[in-house]
Design a protein around this ligand. Structure first.
Ligand code: NIG
Ligand code: FE
Length: 413
């Protein structure tokens, strides 16, 4: 048995096994002082006051004096399976060319697709490894990764295999999402049904049969798929036992929220331009609203209305959306800091949004996302005595140790 002890603070994000938080519950992080965590076989066995531990020699002691323990962070929306570089587009964006204009000119997602097509699975794996290691060093113990830069059968499957290899090779949990409906490939720009039929009749059945993804995602946007097209894809995904997520309301509100709600999606992601009417539809529902403030920061675009969503009792989560075009930000702590500065979320709301609610966004909140008995012993341990410093230390990584299933998988030298 292991004893994680002597820390200054334990942030449990306890939900009494409700496994998500909304509205004012988000301000409660379940802070414990002078407590220790008992771990057995990778699972949290108990949380006990330090002064009630009788025989410390019964345990392998992990002394965390002067440290803060959070639940292992959950990164619930990434596109880290890609190759290539779009810094040229970033320069254009800074000169005033918009993300949508770049996409219309054949840049954007399609530029990364061209690169991925030329990249072998081994090269992809090596690129992804570097990114995964960085996330682990930030205290991330569970991560979602999407395909979406292949846009044909072979290349989408190649990306999903690369994601699977990462899952098998690294101790953190990887949740795989099929995003074939990211945008239309050039060959199908005038034949949307042709590509949708490939997704529905070839890709989804194969992916489901071979267990290559747990979720199906899409991009509901004027430059990508309309609501009706997403609906068709969702019907097929559901009948093939894939769970649903949707990129929607990033630049335009074109009916994505309705389609997501109708099909019982687990999450709706982006929501920069979500309308009042849509917020009232999301209110008090068990769908997670995944906000991606790194995108607004990176594109100089306005931020999702986090306060309005929280006030409407929505379940809000936060993620990097790490990708080469709209959020080349491989740093969840920076996202947390941006959420505090730019979306007016409290430190406590943000912590719950990258732990228990992020876990809910990938249907894992019964296993991870909080420090509660019988959950996985996944911890992000920070080298500070007060969790506020995580927000105050902008651009720095204060993580001292990352623990997955009770094992130390990263420790700062
Ligand atoms: O989540 N919105 C669509 N997809 C990504 C961007 C992908 C890219 O530009 O390469 C996103 O922002
Ligand atoms: Fe995304």
């Amino acid at each position: 048995m292991k004893l994680f002890t002597n820390s200054s603070q334990i942030i449990t994000c306890n939900t009494e096994f409700k496994n998500y938080k909304s509205g004012s519950e988000l301000n409660d992080i379940g802070l414990l002082s002078s407590y220790s965590i008992i771990v057995e076989n990778g699972i949290i066995k108990d949380l006990i006051p330090n002064n009630s531990i009788k025989n410390r020699s019964d345990f392998e002691i992990i002394d965390l004096s002067g440290k803060v323990i959070l639940p292992g962070l959950v990164e619930c929306h990434t596109h880290l399976a890609f190759s290539g570089n779009r810094s040229d587009e970033y320069k254009l964006k800074l000169q005033g060319v918009t993300y949508e204009e770049i996409a219309k000119q054949g840049g954007g997602i399609l530029k990364t697709v061209n690169s991925v097509k030329k990249t072998s699975i081994v090269e992809l794996f090596e690129l992804m490894e570097k990114r995964i290691k960085e996330f682990i060093s930030q205290g991330i113990t569970t991560i979602e990764i999407k395909s979406g830069y292949g846009l044909d059968f072979d290349n989408e499957i190649k990306l999903l295999h690369a994601i699977k290899l990462i899952d098998e090779s690294y101790p953190i949990d990887v949740i795989s999402t099929f995003l074939g409906a990211h945008t239309f490939p050039v060959e199908f720009s005038d034949n949307h049904d042709g590509y949708i039929n490939q997704i529905i009749y070839e890709m989804i059945p194969y992916i489901s049969k071979n267990n290559l993804a747990e979720f199906c995602d899409g991009f509901c946007e004027k430059t990508a798929f309309n609501a009706e097209e997403i609906d068709k894809i969702f019907q097929s995904a559901k009948s093939n036992k894939l769970k649903l997520k949707l990129h929607t309301d990033q630049f335009n509100s074109i009916g994505g929220i309705d389609v997501a709600l109708k099909n019982q999606a687990i999450s709706v992601d982006h929501l920069e331009v979500v309308t009042e009417e849509e917020i009232s539809k999301l209110a008090n529902k068990e769908i997670v609203c995944v906000l991606l403030p790194g995108v607004s920061f990176f594109l100089n675009h306005h931020f999702a209305p986090a306060r309005k969503l929280i006030d409407a009792n929505c379940i809000v989560a936060l993620s990097t959306d790490f990708n080469p075009g709209s959020s080349h930000i491989l740093n969840l702590h920076l996202i947390m800091q941006i959420a505090a500065l730019k979306m007016k979320m409290s430190f406590e709301e943000i912590i719950n949004s990258v732990t228990i609610n992020a876990a809910k966004a990938i249907d894992r909140s019964h296993l991870v996302g909080s420090i509660e008995i019988n959950k996985k012993a996944d911890f992000a341990i920070f080298n500070t005595e007060n969790y506020s410093d995580i927000f105050y230390s902008i651009g720095r990584n204060l993580v001292f140790m990352t623990v997955k299933n009770g094992n130390i998988i990263y420790k700062r030298d």
